[in-house]
Every structure is written in structure tokens, then in C-alpha cells.
Write a protein that binds this ligand. Sequence first.
Ligand SMILES: Cc1cc2nc3c(=O)[nH]c(=O)nc-3n(C[C@H](O)[C@H](O)[C@H](O)COP(=O)(O)OP(=O)(O)OC[C@H]3O[C@@H](n4cnc5c(N)ncnc54)[C@H](O)[C@@H]3O)c2cc1C
Length: 395
Amino acid sequence: MERIDTLILGAGAAGLFCGARTAARGRSVLVLDHAKKPADKVRISGGGRCNFTNLHTDHKAFLSENPHFPKSALARYTPWDFCSLMAEHELTWHEKTLGQLFCDQKSGAVIQLLLDELETAGGELRLQTTIGEIERKDDRFMVSTSMGPISAENLVVATGGLSIPKMGATGLAYDIARQFGHEIIQTRPALVPFTFTGALHEDFASISGVSVPVEAIAEAGPSFVESLLFTHRGLSGPAMLQISSYWNPSEPITIDLLPGADAHEMITTLKANQPKQTLNAALAESFPARLADMLSRQPGMPGTTRLAELSNQQIDQIAQTLKAWRFTPVGTEGWRTAEVTAGGIDTNGLSSRTMESKHQPGLFFIGECVDVTGWLGGYNFQWAWASGAAAAEVA
Ligand SMILES: Cc1cc2nc3c(=O)[nH]c(=O)nc-3n(C[C@H](O)[C@H](O)[C@H](O)COP(=O)(O)OP(=O)(O)OC[C@H]3O[C@@H](n4cnc5c(N)ncnc54)[C@H](O)[C@@H]3O)c2cc1C
């Protein structure tokens, strides 16, 4: 029977990082994964340039049943700590927007950093390994695997959430958590595009590829000023992905197509200056022509009417549509494309300092499997690093 100090399940961002830091404390560490390659989600992240952290990291950028839970780990391992590590590996970065830091080299360089850290610290990585039964025997974890049984003093579960099953996502972390008496906060796809049926679906599909800055508002949650992308399935782009994390089925969403502008004043001024212009042509001054066309076909939008003929009541209605366009998505694209999993292992059962289970000493949960979900923009990797670093202090 192979004996190890710390066995880590999952060679993603959280598992590799935790493995390297745990091994650096002199512990014998083995990281197991069923995939052919490690950290596939790092590879595809940030359009291939890995948005590895966010300078505005704060617990307020995370969803959790206990919003205070991530505070301790995030405070002890900050975005600058990961930047220092990048610099040690001669990697460089740039801020794209809203504090989002992207690697100047390809995301493969971040994976190499994680693998080098693990190897230098003396940790071992084993891929293409299936994980079977887990038992607690003589104060140790006995884990059966396709490479034979392993006995470990500590077990760190870092197998992520349910998003993108095609990439190897499984519910293993939740199964292990339940086995040891943990509650699971209902999981749901997050950072995911919205889908529509009927007329809206056709309208959105007809302008697929058009992108505009908006303020997007979910019924329960903050609003986000970012871009919206019309697609042949519905609505995507950062603004939509952000509010999808706060969206509950059958709730409407609200879009302000003119963030920071007074739509009523804009139409009234245009009416005074260019009274012969149609509403459609007027909208095309503020929006891409295809979007202006689609908007002027919406209920209450008299697209072919000349501005001079618009009544005050009509201008009110148009301004209302532009500032608070409200409609209800039929659903989301689901696990197939969701960037992350909202919900997960209830933080009530974990130490916020070390991520150790309160039910089973020696058992840890880190990364996306925990009920801590970041906004779009590098927050989820920062949680992977911070929760991994917290567990590595004692695992
Ligand atoms: C397309 C896309 C782009 C993204 N871009 C960004 C970004 O730019 N910035 C950002 O902050 N976040 C981004 N994210 C989110 C980020 O990738 C995740 O939050 C992060 O990878 C979670 O890390 P993790 O280690 O907890 O889980 P994962 O990275 O999912 O790693 C889990 C590992 O466990 C393994 N595993 C799962 N089940 C089993 C099993 N049963 N047996 C053995 N091994 C198993 C998997 O193979 C995987 O290697 C993106 C996500 C996607 C899908």
C-alpha cells in the first residue's frame, strides 16, 4: 500500500497550487487526476491568456450563502502574491479592464508555472488515474484508484464543479463531501449565456455578433456595466455572464442600453434638431444599425415614425425601453458552457482559515467545489489560489 502525507484529488488550478505549497512544507504530496493533461481549464481560460487574478479582489465579488467565508483566505493570499510568483517565473501580465490581469505569455505558461512549483517542491503528479472508494481507517484515508490503493494522512479535494462535463468535470467533490456528512448548497450553472424562444430568440439571432456596452441588472444582485453580445442562441458577453450567476429561472432581467445617459433628453433633443428623421434612423446614431433596426421593431417602438410626430407619451415609452428593457430568458446554456458552478459544498461545514472539514479532521475542500463563486474577471482563479494556499498551511 502506497503511503503519502497529503493526497490531493484534482490537478486543476487549486489542486496543483495547493500541492506545490504543501510539498514546500516538506510533506510528501501526490496529486491525482483522471484527465490526460493537468489544468485544462487554465489552458482555455481568458481566451488562451489566462485571466489569472483581479486587482479589485474583495469578498464582495463572490457569491456564497456565507459572504464572509472567503474573507480570511483572500486576505492571506492576495492578487499581488500571485503576481510575485509570476514574476519569479519571468512571466509578465497586463491589465485588460476592470482590474483583470492577463498573462502576456500563453495560458500554458501559467500551467507550466504550477507544474514547476509542484516538481521543485518535491510533489508528484499522476494523471489518467480513476478514483474509486474512499474510506477512513486507522486515522488515515484509504483511497482506491486505478493505479492501486493509497493511504494518506490528509486528503484535499480539488476536483472542481460541474461546469463543462466534456472537459472532465464530475460531481466527485460533492459525493465525497456528502459521504463525510457535509451539506451541499444547490449547484447551478453560472457565468453562462441566456437562451430565449419565440420572437426574442429570432430578434436576437438576427443580429448575432453585435456587441454593445450596457448596464445589466438581475432581480436579486448587483448590476454590471460591461458589454452584451447578441448570439444565435440568445444573449452572452460579460454583462450577461455576470448577471447569470444571480439569475433564478423565470425571473426577468433588465438591460439599460444607454448606461449613464438620459434617453428621454436624448430623443427630445434629436426631435428638436432633426424632426424629419425616423426613430429608426435616430437610434442608428447611438447603436449599430442592425441593433437599431431590431429595437425599432420592439413593442412600443414606432420605428418608421418621424421624430416630429412622436408624442411625449411615446417618447416616455421609448426612453423606458432603452433604459430598462425588461424580458425573461427561457433558460441558460447550462453546464455545457457555464464557466463556473454556483453553489457547492456548504461553507458552514468548513474552516474559513484552513478549508478543513469540521466533520472530518484531515479532510479539506478547495477551489470551485466550495460554495464560493467569483464574478467574471479573474476572481475564480484568485479563489483557487487563495483557498489552495489556506489549506496548504496545514494539510
Ligand atoms: C471556458 C472557461 C474560461 C475560464 N476563464 C477564467 C478566467 O480567465 N479567469 C478565472 O478566474 N476563471 C476562469 N474560469 C473559471 C476557472 O477555470 C475555474 O474557476 C477554476 O479552474 C477552478 O479551479 P479548480 O482547481 O477548483 O477546478 P478545475 O480547474 O475544474 O480542476 C478540477 C480538476 O479535477 C479533475 N477531476 C474532476 N473530477 C474528477 C474525478 N472524478 N476524478 C479525478 N479527477 C477529477 C479535473 O480533470 C480537473 O483537472 C474559466 C472557466 C471556463 C470553463
